[in-house]
Design a protein around this ligand. Structure first.
Ligand code: WTA
Length: 640
């Protein structure tokens, strides 16, 4: 594999990282106690770590407030008038909020929430586009100790309803509409449909993003416009000092069953890990303008759009629209306009923009960039090279960061902020500082170089999830899959130099354009349709999105496999779950290939979906012998 050595001077030994890593593993309490000084505590902790596997409690006894750390502490210092948040609208309008302005808005909105009866520990759902009020809402929640649950604005009413009901949110914050590629999408009407069956919701707060909000249907005594509430709000709300182990937020993510998992993050451990990984990955300096393109609906939008940058007093940029709207140079235009120095995006976006060609990049001066990042999916070397050469002008290291909703922050990544390593395109490099990661077999034995296995972590770290909301039993599964370790459920290999390469999920979770989608969730939606008796969904490789869902359905008696029904089923998934879960192909079949014990042979379906032989498909499921699978494959293919 090709090494990319960024100029000789910058090619440095790994001693500094190694020694930090060693200290963290040898004496985690001392190391992480020292690290926790990156944030301000109202009361110091009594114990750095209480480890009662699989439950970890960090900085026990400590009191702090996330919002105070992200906002107030900066207005007391030199950053008072520095840009905290730069918002770029889809249509090119932008708005900058200094730390002081952000402080004022957050305080007022925290007062609004208190006036609506939200108390410490209550849940608040946020279903919003990428506008400043979304960030203000998140910070206002943490200011009063309320637990936010952000739901991606591309999710459907049903998905929103499930999340609101699972978390029993009292308030939903949304906007009248959002813009997507010039189109107006009504979010408020989706919320209306969602909350019909949500008894916990007392209020809906609506930001006016459109100009003609008079048309919006507001429900008396339940719905209020943001601006109206803000005009009557107090100017200051004392930040609630919460316990380090108080949940800061719940973020739902997909697993292998039809029910999404509510990942619960802590306050102290999460903030320390977000802040330190922000520093270690990007080596943030006061002049940086940091742009992470993730939506706040995902963990990347929590840790590296909001909490990590703001905790460090870094200017963070948010963009409302699509990467290629109104033209394919929208990203490069934004980098030039705001002088972005660190740019962090997903391989899907790179692959898409690469297709439009380098001419679109050349139209802009993007020389302010010093560092590039990617996250969410394996990065193919071709896209890596384009990113490095065309966007980074062969000057900017490309940091491929591996992590998960559950891990709170980067897990395997090049710590450029500490020391620059020689990079290898497609590898996520080494386990992060303090992360005892390994590639193992099912019995937790370390595997030799270049042998594929499960990526696990052997020790707790401050950013790890505390539990799953309402589902402690399911949480325990993370630590019992491979005995004594946190199992990521990703396959990986370590090469002879110790570099880690992520190979993709080892379970039935898809990665569509960097978004996690459980195949079981899509199957669940399909079988809820009156025409469907059985359904199976698998992933198919896609040049741009990495993977797309492919559905196989068996119809009930009396239904004919017409084109109309097929597109109706695809539409049904789109309407129920949202566009990202929409199958790219749907096959109607007489029966699904099954083992003698009745398990669906997913390997057969994957082979059919991707035009490969079943022997080329990797799986950890025990589905019978390969001969049996091949026979089933031939038979199944013959009937399609
Ligand atoms: C995948 C996103 C390869 C992986 C932060 C993981 C990656 C899942 C990378 C988590 C990467 C994330 N290279 N694969 N750099 N980063 N993944 O929870 O399969 O939305 O388990 O968190 O994305 O997705 P999640």
């Amino acid at each position: 594999m090709e090494h990319v050595l960024l100029t000789e001077q910058r090619y440095v030994p790994l001693e500094k990282i190694k020694s930090m890593h060693r200290q963290a593993l040898e004496n985690p309490e001392k190391f992480w106690g020292e690290m926790a000084k990156c944030v301000e505590w109202d009361k110091s902790w009594d114990v750095v770590l209480e480890w009662d596997p699989p439950f970890a409690r960090w900085y026990v006894g400590g009191l702090l407030n996330i919002c105070y750390n992200c906002v107030d502490r900066h207005i007391n210092g030199n950053n008072r008038n520095k840009a905290a948040l730069i918002w770029e609208g889809e249509n090119g309008t932008s708005r900058t909020l200094t730390f002081y302005e952000l402080y004022r808005e957050v305080n007022k909105f925290a007062s609004v929430l208190l006036n609506l009866g939200v108390e410490k520990g209550d849940r608040v759902a946020i279903y919003m586009p990428m506008i400043p009020q979304a960030v203000i809402s998140m910070l206002a929640c943490t200011r009063i100790g309320a637990i936010h649950t952000v739901v991606f604005s591309g999710f459907s009413a049903e998905a929103l309803e499930d999340r609101i009901n699972d978390s029993r949110a009292k308030v939903v914050i949304t906007s009248d509409i959002m813009y997507r590629r010039g189109k107006r999408i009504s979010l408020k009407s989706t919320v209306d449909r969602a909350v019909r069956e949500c008894p916990s919701v007392n209020y809906v707060v609506v930001v006016k993003r459109g100009h003609d909000s008079e048309d919006i249907r507001m429900v008396n005594d339940r719905d209020y416009f943001w601006d109206e509430l803000m005009s009557g709000a107090s100017r200051y709300v004392e930040p609630e000092r919460v316990e380090s182990t108080h949940p800061s937020f719940i973020l739902y993510t997909s697993g292998t069953t039809g029910k999404p998992k509510g990942v619960v993050h802590s306050t102290g451990g999460y903030l320390v890990y977000a802040t330190k990984t922000m520093e270690w990955t990007w080596g943030i300096n006061p002049r940086d303008v940091f742009w992470c393109t993730a939506d706040i609906g995902w963990i990347t939008g929590h840790t590296y759009v909001v909490y990590g940058p703001l905790s460090l007093g870094t200017t963070t940029v948010i963009y409302e629209g699509a990467p290629d709207y109104p033209s394919p140079d929208r990203f490069w235009d934004i980098i030039e306009k705001h002088g972005i120095t660190v740019f962090y995006t997903a391989p899907t976006a790179i692959r898409m923009l690469m297709k439009y060609g380098s001419e679109w990049v050349k139209k802009h001066d993007i020389s302010t960039l010093r560092l590039l990042g990617t996250v969410g999916e394996p990065m193919n070397p071709e896209a890596w090279k384009w990113y490095y050469e065309v966007i980074g002008d062969k000057r900017c290291p490309v940091c491929d960061c591996y992590w998960q909703t559950e891990t709170g922050g980067h897990l395997i990544y090049p710590p450029v902020g500490v020391q620059l390593l020689p990079l290898k395109p497609g590898s996520v490099t080494f386990p992060g500082i303090g992360i005892d990661a390994d590639i193992v077999d099912e019995q937790s034995n370390s595997l030799p170089p270049n042998k594929k296995g499960l990526l696990v972590v052997r020790n707790p770290w401050p950013g790890m999830l505390m539990t799953l909301w309402n589902d402690e039993e399911r949480y325990k599964a993370y630590w019992s899959r491979v005995p004594g370790t946190y199992c990521t459920m990703d396959y990986a290999i370590k090469d002879e130099d110790g570099y880690i390469w992520i190979l993709g999920r080892a379970d039935e979770v898809l990665n569509v354009a960097g978004h996690r989608i459980g195949t079981a969730e899509i199957e669940h939606v399909l079988v809820a349709h009156p025409a469907v008796s059985e359904a199976a969904v698998v992933g198919k490789q896609d040049e741009i999105k990495g993977e797309t869902p492919v559905a196989f359905v068996v119809l009930k008696e009396g239904y004919a496999p017409t084109e109309e029904l097929k597109s109706g089923l695809i539409h049904h998934v789109k309407a129920t779950m949202g566009p990202i879960a929409t199958p790219s192909i749907l096959f109607v079949v007489e029966s699904l290939p099954k083992t003698r014990s009745g398990k669906i042979m997913r390997r057969v379906l994957k082979a059919v979906a991707s035009g490969k032989e079943p022997g080329d498909i990797t799986t950890i499921e025990d589905e019978g012998s390969i001969e049996e699978i091949e026979r089933a494959y031939e038979e199944f293919k013959g009937k399609l």
